[in-house]
Unconditional design. Structure first.
Length: 294
């Protein structure tokens, strides 16, 4: 008997997009765990619930997440713990509320059945470079207040001074034998790896609590330094190992438009981000047809 999949969704706005995403994930073979950022207001709970008929939908305790901050890791851990405690899943997929699947659920389930036991997460290829390691070795004390759009020059100055002092005194929070790796936070991992990560919650907090952009390094580093390293999926077709289509060249990330439909359709990726119905509804409608056609 095939095991169910769990979708772990991090959403903070654009609830029309979230509802559309949920309709495309709604399947008897899936359970859905949803986190809505604590800052979000006017949440259409009734519409969200109506978007799901075949899957179970579980709302996770809301956290005030901040870009680059450990609160993102806390959010991921809450989603993982909820899923692990509730079922024995074949795969767990972390996606955002602005993602869409670009393959049908039959295609997605078949892909993971054919690659059973593999772990799908992006790990950048550089070998333990000093910039990646600096994310973990120092205490980044002001990152909660220094988000992507923060203009507070005083806080940025304090963080810079804080790091320089630690560099002078050769602070190193992470053991030298640990190889630090980074990549995008989105993943598809086995139930076994999910249980392993949850069991390491205290270790994760100890080593990554004050890490810069910990959501981009904690999972990659733990997996790379564990027996699960041998299970990492190695794509043969130049596609991302996570099977997520994300364009960082044209945006941060780029919002896909209708002119990108052939690229998306010809990709071997299973999910793409990001989309915005206020930017282009045509691309969303085309993907809807494409996915439902299967």
């Amino acid at each position: 008997m095939q095991k169910k999949h769990a979708y772990l969704i991090m959403a903070h706005n654009k609830f029309d997009m979230l509802c559309h995403l949920l309709t495309l994930l709604d399947d008897e073979r899936n359970d859905i765990y949803l986190h809505i950022d604590l800052k979000a207001q006017n949440i259409p709970y009734d519409e969200i619930k109506k978007s799901v008929e075949k899957s179970s939908l579980t709302f996770i305790k809301r956290i005030n997440t901040v870009w680059g901050d450990y609160t993102l890791v806390e959010c991921e851990m809450e989603l993982l713990k909820a899923a692990v405690s509730n079922g024995n899943y074949g795969y767990l997929h972390l996606i955002s509320g602005l993602d869409l699947p670009v393959k049908s659920q039959d295609e997605i389930h078949n892909f993971f059945d054919n690659n059973k036991g593999k772990e799908f997460l992006d790990i950048e290829v550089e070998e333990n470079d000093r910039h990646t390691r600096a994310r973990c070795r120092y205490y980044w004390l002001f990152q909660h207040y220094n988000g992507r759009h923060t203009k507070n020059s005083v806080l940025r100055l304090l963080e810079g001074l804080n790091v320089r002092i630690q560099r002078t005194f050769k602070v190193n929070r992470i053991p030298e034998q640990i190889e630090v790796k980074k990549g995008t936070e989105w993943f598809s991992i086995t139930g076994d790896l999910a249980k392993y990560i949850v069991s390491y919650e205290d270790v994760i907090k100890k080593h990554f609590k004050y890490t810069f952009c910990a959501d981009e390094v904690f999972l990659q580093t733990i997996v790379y330094n564990s027996d699960f390293k041998s299970n990492l999926y190695k794509p043969q077709d130049n596609e991302p190992a996570s099977r997520r289509l994300i364009d960082w060249n044209r945006g941060n990330p780029y919002v896909f438009r209708i002119e990108d439909i052939d690229m998306i359709n010809n990709s071997n990726c299973l999910f793409a981000r990001k989309f915005d119905n206020e930017v282009d509804t045509d691309i969303i409608n085309e993907i809807d047809k494409m996915v439902k056609k299967g």
